[in-house]
Design a protein. Sequence first.
Length: 182
Amino acid sequence: MGRRRIEIAEVKNPNTKLVTFSKRRTGLFKKANELSVLCGAEVAIVMFSPGQKPYSYAHPSVDVVADKYLRRKRRSNVVGANVRENNASNEVGERLCQELSAVEVLTEEEHKKATELEMREKEQEASQFSQNKELLQSSPALQRMVKDYVDAMEVSECMLLLAKEAVIGVPNRPITKRRRRN
């Protein structure tokens, strides 16, 4: 059939969109690999899938390429742009510091909660252990009580049997009237 030209438009079907993304991502990563091997270029690709999963390819690494790109971009700006960029970066930096401190506070609160939960869990385990120990210690006493109860039941059963038959081992003879001989 060969290759055909496709219309460049967003794919509407979500399943088709994911399949297309996966195939295109693989092809794009292959091309980036070829470019880095054949030309010795430093390449970095970062993309997010329609499901918001991050994917990246880089040679030698994303951090190295991104740092190099950002350093060059900063050097190429004119002085006035540098001042604006510094002001903007200061504002961004302050905002990031505020967000970082908020995250640190939340992290500390969660750490305290985790510590408290661990302590509660240990206390609960200790109380369960002591309860189990008490049960184990009371177990022989309970066994003795049950044995005594079973023995008493056997004795009661024997007493009932004795009440029915006066003498054990002697068969009951029917009582008959004897005739007197004259």
